[in-house]
Design a protein around this ligand. Structure first.
Ligand code: ATP
Ligand code: MG
Length: 167
């Protein structure tokens, strides 16, 4: 069975649902439980959404790349998108957010903290800042990122899989 799969995603909101379904099929083939597939799908959607929201798609060929890799005890999800200078502020927020989550023993506490802050903000705020902390908590996942060659931002999530996560 294939251990990894890669998707090339156009920066289009409609693509998110499509990749969500296709990646769920891949995960099902690996006999993960519905709950686990549900939280991994949430992670994939949140990361693609961020890639589309904050990526640089000025060149028509620019796209978001999603790579999912399954090992015995972990699922790794990488989402790659081009960035430019205008994303500098976002990269710094991405860094701060990930460091902030790591500062908590239990990501659930970070999640609760964030929910409280968000509830004080206006409803139509595009950048509610809940996506990454939700990934950490609901996906039992570790987040990381780096900017590689050609200004490609790689955001990765490693989610632990145990016996309960399989069918
Ligand atoms: N792919 C990315 N490229 C550049 N910056 C990013 C990327 N992903 C996240 N960020 C930065 O990290 C911040 C936190 O991301 P997070 O997904 O937690 O929240 P959000 O996207 O602002 O809101 P929400 O996910 O709740 O809609 C973002 O506001 C953005 O500044
Ligand atoms: Mg987000």
């Amino acid at each position: 069975m294939m251990k990894s799969i890669e998707f090339k995603v156009a920066p289009d909101w409609d693509e998110i649902e499509k990749i969500r379904n296709e990646s769920a099929e891949f995960l099902q083939a690996h006999e993960l439980s519905d709950d686990t597939i549900h939280s991994l799908s949430m992670i994939i959607s949140e990361l693609i959404e961020n890639g589309i929201k904050y990526g640089n798609f000025k060149m028509v060929e620019n796209q978001v790349i999603v790579i999912i890799n399954i090992e015995r005890n972990t699922v790794t999800i990488e989402v790659i998108n081009p960035v430019d200078e205008s994303a500098f502020e976002h990269l710094s927020r991405l860094d701060k957010t990930i460091q902030w989550i790591r500062g908590y023993q239990d990501p659930f506490e970070a999640y609760i903290q964030r929910i409280k802050e968000v509830s004080r903000k206006p409803l139509n705020d595009q950048e509610s800042g809940i996506g990454l902390v939700r990934i950490a908590y609901e996906g039992k996942a570790l987040l990381d990122f780096f900017v590689g060659d050609d200004n490609l931002l790689n955001v990765s999530v490693v989610s632990n899989i145990d016996g309960e996560d399989r069918i």
